[in-house]
Ligand binder design. Structure first.
Ligand code: NAD
Length: 471
């Protein structure tokens, strides 16, 4: 268990000196060697799984305080995914930890070769506010499964969840090697000044650049789980009822659009747009009723800054007259209704930055191929979605569109498959996690070649006589 000075460093705010004490404590914990054993890793993961079970009601309540997140969403998208990540790691970890034998080559004959996964050491996880439980605990699970000591800095923008972590995680894990540090920019800056063996950051590209700059000073590797504008291309041959339900649940059913993989905008053909808009309106009314501001199935906007950021996208005169559904707002309760905008100008603010909220622009082109060109002319998104029955178009989309991940005929679900890597490309991030990819993200793959004392090749050794050089 923890000594007094290090506990104080966590509980009493985190300036440079306290951050240094904290990291030194973690380094001592890691140097003891205990985080490397399977037993330690399994005990921590079992502790986390127990914590999730014991504290489910408190976690739900914190998520409701922070975001008015509907309980069903909290359960499906945060609690059950976190539990699944824990269970999967517990089931697979022994196999992941095993050295992997690889073939040898004639040059090294005779020898044996293997790849040994070793923990990186002492790692920092900085997480974001929109899925404040899952985005914090999921990388911590990966860090522990890989045998690291870890510090978690949850987002101050979701204060109830952050404070819950600080209260409960130490009761379920070895707190000489697993720590929670609460705080905002000053505390994170103090942490970033320290030398870590990996920094795993989830959040905006703007702060991602700050993280990477700080990491560069110590040559620390980073994983940056960032965002971007996730497009949805809808072909005219789709089952429009199913398509609009799946788009709506990936947008408004994911934290009211405040999700990194939520659809950011729709692309479709001019001729199909009226059918799509009509179906989308009917779906939205079915999901959230005639007065969506009163629906308890929609999260609120996280805070007043984000509320104003979103309403300013609607106030942009370039989009005036483009709202075809929704638009209602209530600043006091930080609520914005699901809003559809049709044919917004490409240079409007809403098309320039990640929306991260309940507004959904629809852009139209004459042909689906033009839609793909549009996606490819923009920064690479975290996710790209296609709805079509045309297998040729599907193939072309997979082959030509670059994105962190993609999903055909649905949205967001790909993140729930632990066999798939989850991460961005280009502006949407560096590195990936989930399942074994989490383990790999926090491991060094050490190349180990082993030889006996036979099998000498004289030509290797000087003097390089003319006779040897004939070989
Ligand atoms: P945020 O404001 O919660 O910031 C993320 C973290 O960075 C927090 O822990 C915060 O304390 C820290 N931080 C903020 N400013 C800092 C600074 N100047 N110096 C050091 N640390 C600082 O979250 P956000 O950035 O608003 O998150 C939203 C973004 O995150 C969106 O772009 C979204 O797409 C992306 N996101 C990505 C994923 C993913 O898995 N790829 C998941 C969720 C969110």
């Amino acid at each position: 268990m923890e000594n007094g000075a290090e506990m104080e460093a966590v509980g009493g705010g985190c300036d440079g000196a306290r951050a240094a004490v904290l990291v030194a404590g973690l380094r001592r914990g890691f140097a003891s060697g205990r985080t490397r054993s399977y037993e330690w890793r399994a005990a921590q993961l079992k502790g986390i799984a127990r914590m999730i079970d014991d504290k489910e009601a408190e976690i739900m309540a914190a998520l409701h305080d922070d975001l008015a997140k509907p309980h069903m969403e909290s359960y499906l998208h945060e609690i059950s995914l976190a539990k699944a990540a824990c269970t999967f790691a517990l089931k697979e970890m022994k196999r992941w930890m095993k050295p992997k034998k690889v073939p040898t080559s004639i040059t090294t004959f005779p020898s044996s070769a293997e790849i040994v996964s070793e923990p990186l050491g002492v790692v920092l996880v900085i997480s974001a506010w929109n899925y404040p439980f899952l985005l914090s605990i999921d990388p911590v699970i990966g860090a522990i499964a890989a045998g690291n000591a870890v510090a978690l800095k949850p987002s101050e923008v979701a204060p109830a969840t952050s404070s819950l972590f600080a209260t409960i995680l130490p009761n379920y894990t070895d707190n000489s090697c697993v720590k929670v540090v609460e705080g905002s920019t000053p505390e994170t800056t103090a942490l970033l000044e320290q030398k870590w063996d990996k920094i795993f950051y989830t959040g905006s590209g703007k702060v991602g650049r700050i993280v990477m700059t700080a990491a560069a000073k110590h040559l620390t590797p980073v994983a940056l789980e960032l965002g971007g504008k996730c497009p949805v291309l809808v072909d005219s041959n789709v089952n429009v009822i199913v398509a609009t339900k799946r788009i709506a649940v990936g947008k408004w059913g994911c934290n009211n659009g405040q999700a990194c993989i939520a659809p950011d905008y729709i692309l479709t053909t001019k001729s199909f747009a009226p059918t799509l808009v009509d179906a989308m309106k009917r779906t939205l009314e079915k999901f959230y009723g005639k007065d969506p501001l009163e629906s308890s199935d929609l999260s609120r906007i996280v805070n007043a800054n984000h509320f104003r950021r979103l309403t300013s996208l609607l106030d942009d005169e370039k989009v005036s007259g483009t709202i075809v559904y929704g638009g209602q707002q209530d600043e006091k309760r930080l609520k914005i209704a699901p809003t559809l905008l049709l044919d917004v100008p490409h240079d409007s603010l809403i098309m320039k930055e990640e929306i991260f909220g309940p507004l959904l622009p629809i852009i139209t082109f004459n042909e689906v191929e033009d839609c793909m060109d549009f996606i490819n002319s923009k920064a690479k998104p975290l996710a790209a979605y296609l709805f079509t029955k045309d297998k040729k178009l599907e193939e072309l989309f997979v082959k030509t569109v670059s994105a962190g991940g993609m999903l055909i005929n649905d949205t967001a679900l790909h993140l729930a498959n632990p066999h798939l890597p989850f991460g961005g490309v280009g502006e949407s991030g560096i590195g990936a996690y989930h399942g074994k990819f989490s383990f790999d993200s926090f491991s060094h793959k050490k190349a180990v070649l082993s030889r006996g004392f036979s099998g000498e090749a004289p030509a290797r050794y000087p003097p390089y006589t003319p006779q040897k050089q004939k070989i």
